[in-house]
Design a protein around this ligand. Structure first.
Ligand SMILES: NCc1[nH]cc(CCC(=O)O)c1CC(=O)O
Length: 308
């Protein structure tokens, strides 16, 4: 394969987690191709999601908050590829931009920080999260819980907890692990909290017509992760959902097939509609149909969360 003629510009957000993921990506590329250290430079691009910290994402019309500026930098040729937490990437992307690779997936589960488990929290516990999925899953087990808005990066959220603003918070195990904070929090099992679609997956995007970059990225693609995450994203697409909707989905390989579980949960946790199926790899249409099927079985009130 051709070698890059100049250092490749790898675009990323500037949060500590984003930078850790960008460095993992750069290392994977260098290892796969035998490139030296300065073959890749990291370009930090601030996103609106990074600037707006005080309001619920849904309230400010959440779409593309984490990707828009990186998309623009890609299209305008300021960067050669962009590294994302796939969880923050919309399911429908601009035509010119392709998800070219995913790194091997990390722990997909959530961790509860502040208590051993949800049952161990005091009566009427205050739980900080800005995730509608986590909020609904907490309320399902602890209807007495009060959910307060917790935003900001991992360190900010932990500081809020430390300051006594809530009894507990939930964070992705993947993020904590990648920040070297694997010792923080208690892992919540999948049966209690099915994770968000794409949780724990890092993806790298480039322009659909950048054949060199597509080739270099193909060499680091972890196909098992890619196929599972794409199935989860198809569920989300079928639901018309975003990362601001109370949706959980997890795909895992079982032999040659993908075992997919998905659920939608009402904000008060009193209604869960779930499904599971075994699909062929790459069968996005079947995964989308799982998403649509959930909506058909939901009450009008739950379904209305996904309209408009
Ligand atoms: N929405 C924020 C976000 N996007 C990705 C991660 C963590 C890493 C991952 O899930 O891959 C987080 C923080 C969190 O959910 O705790």
């Amino acid at each position: 394969m051709k070698r890059p003629e100049r250092p490749l510009r790898l675009g990323t957000r500037g949060s500590p987690l984003a930078l850790a993921q960008a460095h993992m990506t750069a290392q994977a590329l260098r290892d796969a191709h035998g490139w030296d250290q300065d073959a890749i430079v990291t370009v930090i691009v601030q996103t609106s999601g990074d600037r707006i910290q005080d309001r619920a994402l849904a309230e400010i019309g959440g779409k593309a908050l984490w990707t828009k500026e990186l998309d623009r930098a890609l299209v305008e040729g300021e960067i050669d590829c962009a590294v994302h937490s796939m969880k923050d990437v919309e399911t429908i992307r601009p035509e010119a931009i392709h998800v070219a690779a995913m790194l091997p997936r990390a722990d997909v589960r959530d961790r509860l920080v502040g208590a051993e488990n949800l049952a161990a929290l005091p009566p009427q516990p205050i739980v900080g999260t800005s995730s509608p999925r986590r909020a609904a899953q907490v309320k399902r087990l602890r209807p007495d819980a009060q959910i307060i808005l917790f935003r900001g990066n991992v360190a900010t959220r932990l500081a809020k907890l430390e300051a006594g603003e809530a009894h507990a918070t939930l964070l992705a195990a993947a993020g904590l692990d990648r920040l070297g904070q694997a010792d923080i929090g208690a892992t919540v099992e999948i049966d209690t909290m099915l994770p968000a679609p794409s949780q724990g997956a890092v993806g790298i995007e480039t322009l659909a017509d950048n054949a060199d970059m597509l080739g270099w990225l193909a060499a680091i693609n972890h196909r098992d992760t890619f196929d599972c995450v794409m199935a989860e994203r198809a569920v989300l697409r079928g639901l018309g959902g975003t990362c601001h909707s109370p949706i959980a989905a997890l795909a895992v390989l079982e032999g040659a097939q993908i075992h997919l579980r998905a659920e939608i949960i009402s904000p008060e946790g009193d209604e869960t509609v779930g499904d599971e199926a075994w699909l062929a790899r790459g069968d996005a249409a079947a995964a989308e149909a799982i998403g649509r099927g959930l909506l058909e079985r939901a009450s009008p009130a739950l379904r209305s969360l996904f309209e408009g």
